[in-house]
Design a protein around this ligand. Structure first.
Ligand SMILES: NC(=O)c1ccc[n+]([C@@H]2O[C@H](COP(=O)([O-])OP(=O)(O)OC[C@H]3O[C@@H](n4cnc5c(N)ncnc54)[C@H](O)[C@@H]3O)[C@@H](O)[C@H]2O)c1
Length: 348
């Protein structure tokens, strides 16, 4: 078992290891005394893994209750969120009880947000079951739900007690969902550690190594800037244009695929401006393609720009973009919306 420490708030551990689902109860006891454990999951993950989690938790002395909602981004909304809160209240969950988020980024974001809001905050544990959740969303404490006006518009920074990541759970993922997680891992290669570009371009992927290094990088960045007022913004590489692609597609294009397209757009724009080498832009696109990720979108600059205007990271008429420099290094650039549109047009 690999342990990655996250030194944010009172700090917590990420445990990574094959077969850890069965040890969840035991590992949870390190930080939580037996109490009522509310498993929150989606229907797909519930059918695959909730029984094994329940056995482990009950074996460690927890009383288990469970709330399940339909899988997919469409569920990450206020209606599901309120019904989770009602479920917790109906079952009289108290401040010393705990939520277990069993699922991908949608489950983790929503269960984490419920944990943040219920009774002014109760404890929660992340059990990521997608690669995206393992390498990104389960670490760092961003939780939230989508509103009709846009993605993640109701949100909170709220850290879990512990993250338990069993890479064997990823064996049942669809190929495209697995690739979504690789987009975020490739992002770490571009912004922080060039070695991640080697790891994600290997013919045979070392998934455990990718998860470990991603968790370390995310932890290191979040430790320096928990609330995203500075360096944490580098994690948004590919996300500004990516979120616009997601929004234009009415969220039928997944987050990971949209981020892949966003990274490719900004890289092409930077190459055309002479800010990065042609060979580096080609390398980024090649790694994305090798992992079956898209690099182009059919939406035009006007539609994407319109979608960008609702980006919550926009400050008045300025937006901060993350630009690639050399493998493992990037820079933040605050520019006007007009300039951002020019970059978008260049990179499309
Ligand atoms: N909080 C953060 O820091 C952060 C970071 C990145 C993304 N996100 C959010 O994460 C969400 C996307 O997460 P995601 O890509 O994990 O999507 P997801 O949670 O919707 O999961 C994708 C699909 O995979 C299924 N699935 C999950 N685990 C499975 C398994 N082990 N086997 C088989 N099927 C499985 C799910 O049921 C779903 O149908 C978006 O809402 C995005 O905004 C949050």
């Amino acid at each position: 078992m690999i342990t990655v420490d996250v030194n944010v708030g009172k700090g917590y551990n990420i445990y990574i290891g094959k077969g850890l689902l069965e040890s969840t109860g035991e590992l949870a006891l390190e930080v939580i005394k037996p109490c009522t454990a509310a498993i929150i999951s989606d229907d797909k993950v519930d059918a695959l893994y909730a029984d094994r989690l329940t056995v482990s938790l009950e074996g460690a002395g927890f009383k288990v209750i469970k709330y399940v909602f339909p899988n997919g981004e469409a569920s990450k909304n206020s209606a599901t969120f309120v019904s989770i809160l009602e479920f917790l209240a109906k079952n009289k969950l108290g401040r010393t009880d705990v939520i277990f988020a069993l699922g991908g980024g949608v489950v983790g974001d929503m269960a984490g947000f419920a944990a943040a809001c219920y009774l002014r905050g109760i404890r929660f544990v992340q059990i990521p079951t997608t690669l995206l959740a393992a390498v990104d969303s389960s670490v760092g404490g961003k939780t939230g739900i989508d509103l009709e006006a846009g993605k993640n518009l109701a949100d909170a920074f709220y850290q879990p007690e512990i993250v338990i990541c069993d890479p064997m759970l990823l064996d049942t993922l669809d190929k495209a969902v697995f690739a979504d997680g690789l987009a975020e891992a490739i992002k770490y290669g571009a912004i922080y550690d060039a070695h991640m570009l080697d790891l994600t371009s290997a013919d045979l992927l070392d998934v455990e190594a990718i998860i470990k290094r991603s968790a370390e990088i995310k932890a290191a960045v979040v430790e320096k800037d928990e609330k995203e007022s500075g360096i944490r913004q580098i994690l948004n590489f590919g996300h500004t244009f990516g979120h616009a692609v997601e929004k234009c597609s009415n969220y039928t294009i997944s987050h990971g695929s949209a981020v892949a397209i966003g990274m490719a757009i900004i890289s092409r724009a930077c190459e055309k401006l002479g800010r990065i080498e042609v060979s580096y832009r080609e390398r980024i696109e090649d790694i994305l393609k090798k992992n079956s990720l898209p690099t182009r979108t059919g939406f035009d600059a006007d539609a994407l720009f319109e979608a960008m205007l609702s980006d919550k990271k926009r400050r008045n008429d300025n937006i901060t973009l993350v630009l690639p420099k050399i493998p493992g290094e990037c820079e933040l650039l605050s520019l006007t919306l007009e300039k951002a549109k020019e970059l978008l047009e260049l990179g499309l």
